[in-house]
Design a protein around this ligand. Structure first.
Ligand code: ATP
Length: 309
């Protein structure tokens, strides 16, 4: 993967309104997205994801800071940039009375190379199982999103910016979308997508940025995030928890969140298993269940870390 940045954001901030009613939606965001990567922009509702994307597209202006795409300032060169990117907004507004085909033809003609683009759109629509002969007003919200995806991807842009792309798509179609993203990456193209679906980000992204209340809390490779640094362990004894064992485990520095339920003990373990295994050997262990943290657990750990700021 080439290291050149496709998107560069420096000190990007946005405050909506002014005075007492002002909302600070994004605070001093500095972030680069590299060529050839799928970057997941993750955060709960209201975190500032859409605000960031709208500034990248020059749909709204930052209060402070700047951003470039392909080395061009997003405010000065938005027309040039828009030619080379594909974009799907979180809230699609399409011509309700037109069919998918009509909209595809229109957008393709604006982009040039109508024939080639329309052919690609048809292929994408078929893969996503979208009927493009229907009028937009007769499409379900999931099918509208499929049309939005086809419109964003049909000219095979170098960079795709997608705001919550899979909202409302059924799991099979989501899977197809994930495959399409993998193919995109294989072609050396770049994707910046926002999501609040952790499993999706885990499945398709190379790196993830975690945003909360307009603040970028962390940027990590998904691989590193999912490198296990703690395990959730549940031990079930045949008869009962041996006397004194909870106190003994509590004293171990790598064990936390210990709880007992009947003959079961559960805990979070950081580091090696050996001290735990030696301690529990004083009883008859019926089963041992070890779980790796999901990205959600890690995400929540970031959250609780943030709460202590
Ligand atoms: P979601 O996942 O719900 O789409 P998001 O991460 O995309 O959320 P934004 O839509 O960027 O979040 O919103 C960030 C903050 O800015 C929120 O507090 C929101 O209420 C506020 N906000 C967004 N747009 C406006 C606007 N036009 N005027 C005033 N406040 C706004």
């Amino acid at each position: 993967m080439a290291s050149a940045s496709v998107i560069e954001m420096k000190g990007l901030s946005k405050t909506y309104g002014s005075g007492e009613g002002a909302t600070r939606a994004l605070d001093n965001l500095t972030l680069n997205v590299n060529r050839g990567e799928i970057f997941g922009y993750l955060g709960p509702n209201g975190a500032g994801k859409t605000t960031t994307i709208r500034m990248l597209l020059d749909l709204i202006r930052p209060t402070a800071g700047a951003a470039t795409i392909f080395g061009m300032d997003v405010r000065e060169k938005s027309v040039d940039i828009h030619r080379r990117i594909g974009f799907m907004p979180g809230e699609l507004s399409l011509w309700e009375g037109r069919t998918g085909n009509q909209i595809i033809h229109y957008v393709a003609s604006v982009r040039g190379d109508t024939k080639g683009i329309v052919k690609q759109a048809a292929e994408i629509a078929a893969r996503l199982q979208l009927d493009t002969s229907k009028r937009v007003r007769d499409l379900s919200s999931g099918n509208k999103r499929k049309l939005g995806l086809a419109l964003a991807m049909m000219h095979a842009p170098e960079l795709l910016i997608l705001d919550e792309p899979t909202g409302g798509l059924d799991p099979l179609v989501q899977q197809t979308f994930h495959e399409m993203m993998d193919e995109y990456r294989d072609k050396g193209k770049t994707v910046f997508l926002s999501s609040h679906v952790l499993s999706e980000v885990q499945a398709i992204c190379d790196r993830v940025g975690i945003l909360r209340d307009g603040d970028l809390k962390a940027v990590e490779s998904v691989e590193r995030l999912t490198q296990v640094e703690f395990h959730t362990v549940e031990v079930r004894f045949r008869d009962a928890i041996p006397a004194g064992l909870p106190q003994q485990l509590d004293a171990l520095p790598d064990i936390s969140d210990l709880s007992a339920n009947g003959a079961r003990l559960s805990m979070r373990l950081v580091g090696d298993f050996d001290p735990l295994l030696r301690a529990i050997a004083s009883g008859y262990v019926e089963s041992l269940h070890i779980e790796e943290p999901t990205l959600e657990d890690i995400f929540l750990a970031f959250y609780s870390g943030g709460e202590e700021d």
